[in-house]
Write a protein that binds this ligand. Structure first.
Ligand SMILES: [Zn+2]
Length: 342
């Protein structure tokens, strides 16, 4: 990462942190979640500058070279799933997590800094090849497109893309740096609730300039796919063996997907956690990116409890790479064990 990027990143993070602190006030050195759900909607709206600044800073950081393995393959019955690393960035959870003190965070992450990875998954099941989410996009330092080009999954051959939610690190990769379709043959599946939120007529005009960035990334990402976007209601089988399940809270229409083929099952859980070393043992800890932190916490607990009880493998876009493993109930939280790759 160049010195300019480092300086810009530092400035953005400082500005974002200052804004978080001024918004939430200092409570033992850490932002504290308020309990009134209506407050959260307002908080989210007014914290858009913070979210944009943090996402931008993470994007710049993602230009740093990834040191991990870039690709890992797993098999669960009739499901073959490949995890592909899009970006790795350094994150300081004390600046991102809500309802926990820096001292407590330090118990889970000594030194207070951790890798935050962004991963996309390619699932092969029931005769289909499906890409789940698309990372940041090459223009923001995302490596997915280059890694697909170097693999047996050529972007021009991918015909089905399923989206968990429309944040920049999930839909940014739909377009090339020139704004063209990165996957020219693909149809894009998005939950109707999520699509309708971001496509609300006049949304960008109704809100502050700071929030327009996220809306613009979402709209720009979908633009080359007009006529090829498939929206759906929850609890429907959107493709053979792929059922969409509501998991809202992180965004208005955040979606998890339950995959089934032969004797194999798998849950793709999107952004139900970002900082796994903290949010697995302490699922009540939310993150500034959650549009409704109270609902996000409730959803995480419900989905993870079910996955643990059913012993389902789970794949998460920000789990530690290779981002696929099993959950078990552990006290008031969960323990996550990475699955052995094939
Ligand atoms: Zn994300």
């Amino acid at each position: 990462m160049g010195i300019t990027s480092i300086l810009v990143t530092t400035l953005l993070v400082s500005a974002a942190l200052e804004s978080v602190i001024s918004k939430y006030g200092k409570h033992g050195g850490s932002p504290v979640i308020k309990s009134d759900p209506s407050t959260f909607r307002i908080t989210w709206i007014t914290n858009i500058p913070v979210i944009i600044a943090l996402l931008l800073s993470l994007t710049l950081s993602s230009l740093a070279q990834a040191s991990e393995t870039e690709k890992a393959v797993f098999q669960f019955g009739g499901i073959k799933i490949t995890a592909i690393l899009d970006a790795t960035m350094k994150a300081a959870p004390a600046k991102l997590l809500l309802n926990i003190t820096p001292e407590e965070i330090n118990r889970y992450i000594p030194g207070g800094e951790t890798d935050l990875t962004t991963v996309a998954f390619i699932a092969q099941l029931n005769g289909q090849t499906i890409l789940f989410d698309t990372g940041f996009g090459a223009s923001k330092g995302g490596k997915l497109a280059a890694r697909l080009e170097a693999s047996s999954f050529r972007p021009e051959a991918i015909d089905t893309i399923v989206i968990t939610h429309m944040h920049p690190d999930h839909v940014g990769g739909l377009v090339t740096p020139e704004g063209k379709a990165a996957f020219p043959k693909a149809e894009i599946y998005i939950a109707k609730t999520e699509y309708d939120f971001w496509l609300t007529p006049g949304l960008a005009e109704k809100i502050e300039a700071d929030k327009r960035g996220m809306v613009e990334v979402a709209l720009t990402a979908l633009k080359p796919y007009q006529g090829k976007i498939k929206t759906f209601a929850y609890d429907t089988e959107i493709r053979p063996g792929v059922v969409a399940i509501a998991a809202t809270g992180h965004t208005a229409g955040h979606t998890v997907y339950r995959l089934k083929a032969d004797n194999g099952e798998l849950l793709i859980v999107g952004d139900l956690t970002h900082i796994a070393p903290v949010q697995m043992p302490r699922p009540e800890v939310a993150i500034v990116y959650d549009s409704d932190p109270v609902l996000a916490v409730k959803t995480r607990k419900a989905v993870f409890t079910q996955a643990a009880q059913e012993k389902l493998p789970v794949a998460g876009m920000h789990f530690p790479f290779p981002a696929i493993g099993r959950l078990t109930l552990d006290g008031d939280g969960f323990a996550f064990t990475t699955e052995a790759a094939k």
